[in-house]
Design a binder for this molecule. Structure first.
Ligand code: ATP
Ligand code: MG
Length: 331
């Protein structure tokens, strides 16, 4: 089975519907056909401001949401990045292999350092793609499910793998991007030209763990368009199209079938139905997350098992890498 690796940062208490429909549902689907490693990338999350107590809570909450969403720890390896030391160790080798100019050209680094201001930008933001390369290459990953925003980093990962292999001998699988299908992109309810995002946490963002009633209200207040017709047309009707995308993903009905359902009906009907379907989905999801987070020992045991499996695979890659670059084994 082809190997896949994917991760999410524990930078919020709750996933939003974009994380769920754009990433988590495909993670769950891929478990049947792939040898999957799903990682809470806590080391990445300290590249921006954080609080230790909050980070602890969010790391567990993120893992719990993976599980509640259907990641099965019997079939997939669920791990916390900091539990596997090889991530930090390989990232140093990757850092030394990366050109300064090459890293400076990463758009995430340019955007974030511009937003935060050069003086307050940590070197961790600069080193982020090298750590991400280590995450992926450690597991001899064939495919990486990534959103459009991480494409450039994956391209760097591929370059680093090829560079290492040609200089030191075949060591890493060169990973391919696995592009999640277009329909999985979810936009902000109030600004449907922008992706739903933790960076836009306002009235247009549906956090799964928030009060379902409050979220239903956000859906009913979503921006639509002038006109009345419920039709999928992202250019002319971005708001309505986004609602149709969400309803289709949550109900399993094709967008075309939904368009027919709504002939002669209005935006209000669409919003009401989406709110109902959302609440129906999210109510048991929240209960599962609550139960998982409530059982800290059980959750930590799942993460410990994942870390153990991950260390076995990562350890082999790291040992080969260290040997190739000329680090002496400890005798
Ligand atoms: P940030 O604003 O900090 O970048 P985010 O909300 O974009 O946060 P990430 O942690 O960057 O969330 O992304 C986690 C995963 O969710 C990634 O695989 C990403 O591609 C996916 N994702 C995030 N937002 C959306 C969205 N609106 N639609 C579809 N997929 C999304
Ligand atoms: Mg993002």
């Amino acid at each position: 089975r082809p190997r896949i690796f994917s991760g999410m940062q524990p930078t919020a208490d709750s996933l939003h519907l974009g994380n769920y429909l754009g990433a988590l549902t495909s993670w769950v689907a891929l478990q049947d056909t792939h040898d999957a490693f799903y990682c809470v990338v806590d080391m990445h999350s300290i590249t921006v401001e954080f609080e230790p107590e909050v980070l602890r809570r969010r790391s567990r909450a993120t893992a719990a949401q993976f599980l509640a969403g259907g990641v099965d720890p019997e079939r997939s390896t669920l791990l916390l990045q900091s539990h596997v030391a090889a991530h930090a160790e390989l990232s140093w080798v990757m850092t030394c292999l990366t050109g300064f100019g090459e890293a400076s050209r990463m758009t995430q680094f340019k955007d974030k350092s511009q937003r935060i201001g050069a003086d307050r930008t940590g070197a961790g933001i600069f080193a982020y793609p090298m750590l991400m390369a280590a995450d992926i290459l450690l597991y001899q990953t064939d495919l990486v499910p990534v959103g459009e925003d991480q494409r450039q980093h994956l391209e760097l990962t591929r370059n680093l793998a090829q560079r290492f292999n040609s200089r030191f001998g075949q060591t890493f699988v060169v990973p391919e991007p696995y592009i999640v299908k277009q329909t999985a992109k979810i936009y902000d309810l109030q600004q449907p030209d922008k992706q739903m995002s933790k960076s836009l946490p306002g009235p247009g963002c549906l956090y799964l763990l928030d009060d379902p009633k409050a979220n239903a209200k956000k859906i009913r207040s979503a921006v639509t368009d002038t006109g009345r017709e419920v039709r999928f047309d992202p250019a002319e009707k971005p708001g309505v199209s986004n609602l149709l995308t969400m309803l289709s993903a949550l109900s399993g009905r094709e967008v075309a079938a939904l368009e027919e359902d709504y002939t002669g009906k209005g935006y209000g009907d669409l919003k009401k139905d989406l709110a109902d379907v959302f609440v129906e989905f999210v109510t048991p999801f929240r209960e599962r997350v609550q139960a998982l987070v409530g059982d800290t020992e059980g959750l930590d045991a799942i993460l410990a098992r994942g870390a153990e499996r991950a260390r076995a695979v990562a350890g082999e890659t790291l040992a080969a890498t260290y040997d190739r670059v000329g680090f002496l084994p400890a005798k």
